[in-house]
Design a protein around this ligand. Structure first.
Ligand SMILES: [Zn+2]
Length: 279
């Protein structure tokens, strides 16, 4: 299989296997990886034995940094690892800007299973500072719910984390609804009775483009709450979270643009006023 094709298959099997960063830093605790699937086992080995650098956010530097693999270099071959390397393993990475900045992860390996059983700083410690930038755009209450979702997923609570993300999503829709309902021609009755995809269609002028294009995000969230297992929700958590962040990023850009336009307009008016004054 071609490299890209392999990556696509892996992405479908488990998004946390895609990069050393996803595996080490984003995978929630107790998320189970089935080593009886050859491709999964090979990827797990690749990450477990990963002894190179990875780019990641450093919570102490408070910005993106390069992390270098620590500990001993993993000397065993894939087949030896597969056959006999059971039990616990610790991996750690240090920030290349300051070697005291370290991330630790603990894994447990059974015959056909690998679990991440510990991480310090936690997934939430690592992700919440990165969510901070959304605080202003979604407000204090929503920000709390968003980070609670992140925190729950980090501790292996899949379905519960989806509930919080869905609330964030629904609030974005409601915000747009409040704006749209005052417009002439808005059919309130049709809106109330419509399913979420119809609602999004009706509100599309008030919603970030990414949300309108990816309205299936909502059905993934709802399906998660009603039909998916804990482990399936954890498996898709990062994907859904990135979708929501993409929507929020777009809102931030829109707001910055609008704020800049207001300032520019005022400055132009002022300049014009001064120039127009008789000398
Ligand atoms: Zn650092």
């Amino acid at each position: 299989m071609e490299e890209q094709e392999t990556q696509n298959v892996i992405q479908q099997i488990d998004p946390y296997l895609i990069t050393p960063k996803a595996f080490h830093l984003e995978m929630p605790l107790y998320h189970a990886l089935d080593l009886s699937i050859g491709m999964v086992a090979e990827k797990v080995f690749e990450h477990i034995a990963h002894s190179a650098t990875m780019d990641a956010y450093c919570i102490w530097c408070d910005k993106e940094s390069v992390f270098d693999a620590e500990e001993y270099v993993y000397g065993k071959t894939y087949s030896t690892w597969k056959r006999e390397d059971f039990g616990f393993r610790r991996n750690s990475y240090k920030c290349t800007r300051n070697n005291d900045h370290k991330y630790y992860m603990y894994f447990f390996r059974g015959k056909d299973i690998l679990l991440k059983i510990g991480q310090w700083p936690s997934v939430a410690d690592f992700q919440i500072p990165q969510a901070e930038k959304y605080r202003k755009i979604i407000g204090e209450e929503e920000y709390k719910e968003f980070t609670r979702g992140i925190g729950l997923a980090a501790h292996g609570v899949g379905i519960g984390s989806f509930v919080y993300l869905r609330r964030v999503f629904e609030n974005l829709i409601e915000e747009a609804h409040v704006l749209a309902q005052n417009e002439t021609g808005f059919d309130q009755d049709k809106y109330q009775k419509g399913r979420m995809d119809k609602k999004i269609e009706m509100l599309k002028n008030h919603l970030p483009e990414f949300l309108v294009e990816n309205k299936i995000l909502y059905s993934i969230l709802s399906k998660g709450i009603h039909e998916l297992t804990e482990n399936e929700c954890l498996q898709y958590f990062e994907t859904v979270k990135i979708g929501i962040e993409q929507i929020l990023d777009e809102k931030i850009i829109q707001k910055e643009k609008a704020d800049k336009a207001i300032k520019a307009r005022e400055a132009i008016q002022k300049a014009h006023g001064q120039i127009a004054k008789p000398k």
